[in-house]
Design a protein. Structure first.
Length: 547
């Protein structure tokens, strides 16, 4: 009995140890496979994004050289094709990160109406090109909410793209509604309804699975990776919501997702006002008396990035690898260093670490083709201050330069004049005709009613500009928010984006319940100045518009 019990005990211990070792081995194998997968995705991202930086960047530079209409269309095709490749790459990376639980949604205040309107206007031209009707339906929504605006846009964009791909006649409707309210939380339902081909019941469950599409003919028609809806599902769930569809074959579909979003406090909005104002300034181009060291081993990338930085007035010197960058940083005084992460001889991480050890105050900006969060963490751990993802654009440098070389700016005003735009139909540039204040295509949509729309818009806008001035003089934050919101809507509907953005910034300031008079008056003065110019442009175009 004792011997039997002893043998059983020993056998149990041995079996338990073997089981534990098997589990540990399986865990190590899984971790190794996950790490290998991550490394592969990082390499793939780098290898694709590096040449894309050259293609898209060079196309953008060429676009600014005064081309004719045919050449501009060629350039737009190149850029569009490059961006399409990046969308596919980003889908693969997003899917991998979501599977690994590495995407953490943000929780920041944003203007819900502005977010939805922005997406609606983004798709309006595409819908009209297909001869479809496009409807927007929302009622009684909270104006500002806390959430991940970028990820919500990503889901809506994917759902709208799908609806347009599979709808050849009829309409597409984007709707947003509140389905539940409790204390400061609102559960919102975002839905995209189409009159397309519909989806059979037996195919619906598989649609939200990875690499799944309805059938092979849909793959040929729509293209893509088959990851879009799976990513949408994972994103919605990561933000505490869910996703679903209602569809009958031959009768169209409704794809929807629900999302709990919290109403921001006054403190949240005050911080949002400060960020929005700063961001508004950063988005505008300016010039800097800055000496820049660019560490980049790929020649085409050196050329493209140098041209972009030179456009901001920067003086740029080159290092072809990390070791050269360390040596040059030790021998000369630079105001800013842009550091590629993957270079021969010495990579950017090691170079940044060495430079940081001898110069704790030098701004070092990472340039990388890897968009995974681990890469960002690695950059910051090496001592870098900021992060730019390839392919870079000239616009992407603006906030970075303002953050790290703002004291070297040589602008007379943060509200810089617009950049030159492509040639317009009458021989001058669109910028020369409209000063970049209005999108002519937005006005063209009104057709024969264009003149009446302009007259009514100016009539309303005149009133709102006056009431905003009165609200500012009276320090009435609530009134400022209401009147600025009305002005924003009026200007946005005719495509006067730059002025609508300024009105929106004033609206946010008013909704926060406090007015920074210096900031508000500076902003309002710029709005008034640009509005006077817009009126001259529109009054001159109502009789014989160039478009």
């Amino acid at each position: 009995m004792v011997l039997g019990a002893t043998l059983a005990y020993v056998a149990g211990r041995v079996t338990g140890r073997h089981l534990y070792e098997s589990i540990e081995e399986a865990r190590r194998s899984a971790e190794h496979a996950s790490n290998a997968k991550g490394e592969f995705l990082a390499r793939m991202s780098h290898e694709i994004r590096t040449p894309m930086n050259g293609i898209i960047g060079t196309a953008s530079l060429l676009e600014e050289t005064g081309l004719n209409e045919i050449q501009i269309n060629y350039i737009k095709t190149i850029k569009s094709s490059g961006q399409s490749l990046l969308v596919i790459l980003n889908e693969i990376l997003d899917f991998s990160s979501l599977e690994a639980g590495k995407i953490k949604p943000a929780s920041e205040p944003f203007d819900l109406y502005h977010c939805v309107d922005e997406i609606y206007h983004l798709f309006q031209a595409i819908v009209q090109d297909k001869g479809l009707e496009f409807h927007l339906d929302y009622q009684e929504l909270p104006e500002y909410v806390l959430g991940d605006r970028g990820r919500i846009r990503q889901i809506l964009t994917n759902l709208l793209n799908n609806a347009l791909k599979f709808t050849d006649q009829g309409s597409v409707t984007l709707s947003v509604s509140v389905v539940e309210a409790e204390n400061s939380t609102r559960v919102l339902r975002f839905a995209v309804r189409d009159t397309g081909m519909g989806i059979p019941k037996d195919k619906q469950d598989a649609l939200f699975q990875a690499f799944s599409q309805v059938d092979s003919s849909s793959v040929r028609k729509a293209g893509g990776t088959g990851l879009g809806l799976s990513i949408c599902k994972k994103l919605a769930e990561a933000m505490g919501g869910g996703i679903g569809l209602e569809s009958t074959a031959g009768e169209g579909s409704v794809f929807y997702f629900t999302m709990p979003l919290r109403i921001p406090t006054a403190e949240d909005l005050e911080a949002f006002v400060a960020d929005s104002m700063a961001g508004m300034k950063r988005r505008l181009p300016s010039r800097y008396d800055a000496s820049v060291l660019l560490a980049e081993d790929v020649e085409i990338n050196r050329f493209v990035i140098t041209e972009m930085l030179s456009g901001y007035g920067c003086r740029v010197e080159h290092a072809g690898n990390g070791r050269m960058a360390v040596e040059m940083a030790g021998e000369a005084c630079y105001d800013l260093i842009f550091m590629d992460c993957q270079m021969p001889v010495m990579d950017g991480f090691e170079a940044a670490s060495r430079i940081r050890s001898s110069d704790p105050d030098m701004p070092i900006i990472a340039l990388t083709a890897n968009v995974l969060d681990e890469e960002k963490d690695k950059c910051f751990a090496a001592g870098m201050n900021d992060f730019l993802t390839k392919p870079v654009t000239k616009e992407s440098f603006a906030p970075v330069l303002d953050r790290w070389a703002g004291h070297l700016a040589i602008d007379e005003s943060v509200y810089s004049p617009p950049q030159k735009e492509p040639m317009g139909p009458e021989g001058g540039t669109e910028g020369e005709q409209t000063n970049g204040l209005i999108n002519m295509e937005a006005l063209a949509q009104f057709g024969a009613n264009r003149q009446k729309v302009i007259e009514l818009t100016l009539q309303d806008a005149d009133h709102f500009v006056e009431t905003i001035e009165v609200a500012l003089e009276a320090h009435n934050a609530e009134e400022l928010g209401l009147e600025a919101h009305a002005l924003k809507s009026v200007l946005a509907q005719i495509g006067a984006g730059p002025l609508a953005e300024k009105a929106r910034a004033l609206e946010i300031m008013g909704k926060a319940g406090s007015i920074d008079q210096v900031e508000a008056q500076t902003l309002f003065a710029a709005l008034q100045s640009e509005y006077r110019l817009l009126k001259k442009i529109l009054n001159g175009q109502t009789a014989t518009p160039p478009w």
